[in-house]
Design a protein around this ligand. Sequence first.
Ligand code: 4AD
Ligand code: MG
Length: 478
Amino acid sequence: MFNKRVKIKELLTWQAQDQQVTVMGWVKTFRNNQFIALNDGSTNTNLQVVVELGKFDENLLKRVSTGASLKVEGTLVASLGKGQSVELKANKLEVLGDADPEKFPLQPKEHSLEFLREIAHLRFRTNTFGSIFRVRHALAFAIHKFFNEKGFVYMQTPVITASDAEGAGEMFKVTTLPFDKTPRNEDGTVNFKEDFFGKATNLTVSGQLEGELAAMAFAEIYTFGPTFRAENSNTTRHLAEFWMIEPEMAFYDLEDNMNLAEEFIKYIIKYAMDNNREDLEFLAQRLQKEESKLPQDQRSSMSLIEKLSFVVNNQFERITYTEAIEILLNSPAYKKKKFQYDVKWGIDMQSEHERYLVEKHFKKPVIVTNYPAEIKAFYMRQNEDGKTVAAMDILAPGIGEIVGGSQREERLEKLEARMKSMHIPTEEMWWYLDTRRFGSVPHAGFGLGFERMVLFVTGMTNIRDVIAFPRTPKNAEF
Ligand code: 4AD
Ligand code: MG
């Protein structure tokens, strides 16, 4: 029976009283043919397993190498060694799976993140990735907890859809049509009537539109699922497949939306701080070590933990897009021509601009509202000025945009006019427009990029390191 195993995280909290326990895990190191550091993924702290000299067959001990998996039955005793209060005196030792030391790529030394990306199937076994993925789990759990406590309904919106929610045309096509003999219409276009769904479909870029439909009945819903974007952005902030949380609320205006987003972000960070202290402290040390290689002026002024507490305990700054542009135009960076991209009212702010606002100017998360309509999606509520929409983006230090949201256009004529002007097919979106025909209400919502949130909380700097198996241009390994 395997389930008798005690998790190492729990075992390390016990008082040693000669208990007989079974543990299982993977060997981190084996020193002096005597001390096995065993890890089972429940914590970065290894259990020290002590092998008495002469007690076990030499051939068995030879198989205890870094990466091998073990089942150990033993006696829990007080440890004389430094760094742990208990250790396990092995009575029975079984190698469940060997790991040929000549071939196992993870050695008990520091490996570069680039190298570890190439062996993403094994990198969970390192301390860094152990901590990252336990924190990722905690954040996911906290997200459901937050919305459940508020009475939101969790909606699972479709992954395959025929609509482009963001209208940006960055979609992966879904089809079963053959690439060679593609069925054609008379005018030479692809005949999607012959396709699996009888129409052109794609992987969803956002669950928002379907979320809005549900919010028109449950009032408050959220989605949490994978989304896909075929944008060819090979950056440290973009994935082709990422997870997004999209709450959608009836009877909310832009300000209610901002308040919810701010409360939500603070809640989930606090949850991780309260429940994953050890992992966050490990990641904070890792970051500090990483930053010590940088010149002084590029290092963070706060430790990771200080930064997270700061965000939890301080109000986010709230400014309009117009104010943001003013700040940028008056900045020393702009005057000294430090920005690569131009600044003027109407631009889609580049990440250098967003990072200037949060990292240099305000030194805290910033919510930017009321963007020019021209650069935002069709569904955002049109403001009285005829130029801007009731959008809000949250920008986070070190990350840039972490949340994108808006109050939605609930007025049928205005929405239809905007869609027509943007060449969005209103007939195909009849179901979306129906919500504006039947009991339309003011409503709002936002999308939090989950991996960007995990980046922020773990202090990692490349989005490929906070999702198990990243999908990016020219990369879909594992
Ligand atoms: O700003 P976006 O495109 O907004 C939407 O999709 C809306 N439908 C959300 C809503 O109002 N319900 O994306 C939302 C967030 C971004 O702020 C960013 O954090 C993340 O999703 N995101 C990405 N994360 C990783 N890789 C990408 N390629 C991303 N694109 C967006
Ligand atoms: Mg956005």
